[in-house]
Write a protein of this length. Structure first.
Lengths: 291, 323
């Protein structure tokens, strides 16, 4: 895994930790960006972690590009000696899988899909050798996911499944992007899941919908009053399968300002995870039960 | 003081110098596409350079003033009229209580900046009054203007009428438009030959050109260096593991039509970028109409920084002349 540094014009440095996605590449990006934030370098205006890369925006009137590059490269060494441990939080996200709204949208854009005769969830279950929709839901919600990037549009999380590579769900993007995706659709493209924070265009497969808003520019949602976006890179997500009844109930509770997501603090160690994936995941998910 | 929107124009939004600091959660910079013109309009009417103005695309709005105000229109050649009487662009003029500001047909450029003394006084959201329509954030109710909207305007002392920005300080794209670009990011993904034709060809602004990004067509497609797709990237040769997109970066999905991301950029995605338009030339993109012939010009970091200094000098000269 060689780190590649490149300038994005006169205001950005783009750093690719690895060409391919891995939890190690994500962690490398997280540790360097954390070190950079702590270094408080004058002239740095934005630090944006992504899946296997990150980006730094700086003001070249305050810090010269070559000097910025030199300082950033020096931080890589500092970050490498830091332990790959992350103090973060786990957030439970209820999902109504195979819901009527994403199903209807999928049907409207069926000619743009690899398999026009089936649904996104059936198709993805089949190409991943999973036992139908139930088998898919079990695989999708059985292990936690890392928020490896927030972006594309405001507050949209990209999530990376915390299992070894041969167990990861993979699915191609639509052949041609849709012009519509319901708000709060749980989607999937390549090896990444996402939650569409707003309604709009999209190319990811659609598996379900969450009743839980994750972006609220008006900040009226009870748990988004402090900040309008719920997710930040490094958060861990546990999907909780729910049915229509619980979906409707949660929507009503959210609207009434009474609903709170289940969130618990958790520590994650990459070393521990590498040694025992299922054991680590069980411990991480158990935090939601208050133990 | 308030302004009544009688007709909104095509896509008129409230913008200032932008909302930096939130790109890591997908909230783009926003702000005027041509901030040099935006700042000039503000300085003409006695505002701070970064006060909120209206950005009108291709077609101006029709606005009724409820108080006297000083107004200036810069950027595109979008001739302003007060009660039907044409006024010069890049010049401060007075609009009296009850008068209507309207616009003639666009003659040149793409975006007009309408500054009003006191500034458009919508609430500050995350440090800016700029509109980010995709996220329904900031500006006037997070959207473009509609007929019937009432825009709040801040208090201001009146400056003199007739102050103008000298012709030589009004920056506009040439013919063809030239956008200086620093190669980098995933430049190594395209072949040497593709790297040559990209700069040789004259591209044309495609109809899909908005605040998110400008698409260009009519150049030769770019060939890729063969590879085995990295895990998580996707099968198209232009795919990468989803990453951040720098403001001004030039992505080329499938190697066909380059897209330069602008103020309301999607903050990341899975297409490789071959470089970044230098900060000094982002203003010019905001003034490109569809079909405008455009060339990308290869520059070094040193040249990019010289261009940046030149732009700062222009702004300083405008500010000094109007101080």
């Amino acid at each position: 895994m060689t780190t590649r540094y490149t300038f994005g014009g006169d205001e950005h440095i783009f750093v690719e930790c690895s060409e391919e996605m891995s939890l190690e590449a994500f962690f490398k990006g997280m540790s360097i960006t954390t070190a950079l934030r702590n270094a408080n370098i004058k002239g740095v205006t934005e630090i944006c972690p992504a899946n296997a890369s990150f980006q730094v925006r700086f003001n070249p009137d305050i810090i010269a590009p070559d000097e910025m590059m030199r300082q950033l490269k020096a931080l890589e060494a500092v970050a490498q000696s830091a332990p790959s441990t992350l103090n973060t939080r786990i957030i439970e996200v209820p999902v109504y899988y195979n819901d009527p709204w994403t199903h209807e949208t999928g049907q409207r854009f069926r000619e743009r899909h690899q398999d026009p005769t089936s649904t996104d969830i059936e198709y993805t279950a089949r190409i991943n050798d999973l036992d139908g929709i139930d088998g898919f839901i079990k695989a999708h919600s059985g292990a936690p996911w890392f928020v490896s990037m927030v972006g594309f549009v405001a507050g949209l999380p990209f999530l990376y499944q915390m299992v070894d590579r041969d167990r990861q769900i993979q699915s191609p993007k639509y052949l041609r992007p849709r012009t519509d995706t319901p708000r709060l659709t749980v989607g999937h493209g390549g090896c990444f899941a996402c939650i569409y924070s707003v309604r709009g265009a999209g190319g990811y497969q659609m598996f379900g919908i969450t009743p839980m808003p994750i972006y609220d520019p008006n900040q009226t949602t009870s748990y988004l009053r402090d900040f309008m976006c719920l997710f930040k890179p490094g958060d861990i997500v546990k999907w909780k399968p729910i049915g229509r009844e619980e979906y409707d109930h949660t929507v009503a509770e959210v609207d009434a300002g009474r609903w709170q997501p289940r969130i618990a603090p958790v520590t994650f160690s990459l070393e521990e995870f590498s040694k025992d994936i299922d054991g680590t995941n069980a411990r991480v998910m158990e935090a939601l039960n208050g133990h | 003081m308030a302004i009544n929107v009688l007709k909104p124009g095509l896509s008129t939004t409230v913008q200032d110098l932008g909302r930096p600091g939130y790109y890591h959660i997908g909230i783009p910079t926003s702000g005027g596409m041509d901030t040099l013109s935006l700042a000039a309009a503000n300085l003409l009417v006695g505002n701070d350079a970064g006060a909120a103005v209206l950005e009108a695309v291709f077609m101006g709005p029709e606005l009724e003033f409820t108080q006297d105000a000083m107004v200036a229109v810069t950027g595109a050649d979008l001739p302003p009229k007060v009660d039907g009487q044409e006024q010069p662009c890049w010049t401060a003029f007075k609009v009296k209580k009850g008068q209507v500001l309207s616009f003639g047909f666009l003659k040149k450029g793409a975006r007009g900046y309408i500054a009003v003394s006191g500034g458009i006084d919508v609430p500050v959201v995350l440090g800016s009054r700029s509109t980010y329509t995709l996220g329904a954030l900031g500006g006037f109710e997070g959207r473009k203007l509609a007929a019937g909207d009432v825009l709040p305007v801040g208090q201001a002392a009146m400056v003199a009428e007739g102050r103008a920005v000298a012709e030589a300080l009004r920056r506009a794209p040439g013919a063809p438009a030239e956008l200086r670009m620093l190669p980098g990011l995933y430049w190594h993904r395209i072949t040497e030959q593709a790297g040559k034709t990209f700069f040789e060809d004259t591209w044309k602004v495609a109809p899909e050109a908005d605040r998110i990004g400008y698409r260009f067509k009519a150049g030769r497609p770019l060939d890729f260096v063969p590879r085995t797709p990295p895990f998580g990237a996707g099968s198209d040769p232009s795919n990468i593991v989803d990453a951040c997109y720098p403001y001004g970066s030039v992505q080329v999905p499938s190697g066909t039509e380059p897209i330069v991301l602008h103020r309301d950029a999607v903050s990341g995605g899975g297409y490789m970028m071959i470089g970044t338009v230098v900060s000094a030339d982002m203003d010019l993109i905001g003034q490109l109409q569809p079909h405008t012939p455009t060339k990308f010009v290869k520059v070094t970091m040193e040249e990019a920084l010289t261009a940046r200094a030149d732009r700062a000098k222009t702004l300083k000269a405008i500010a000094t002349a109007l101080a």
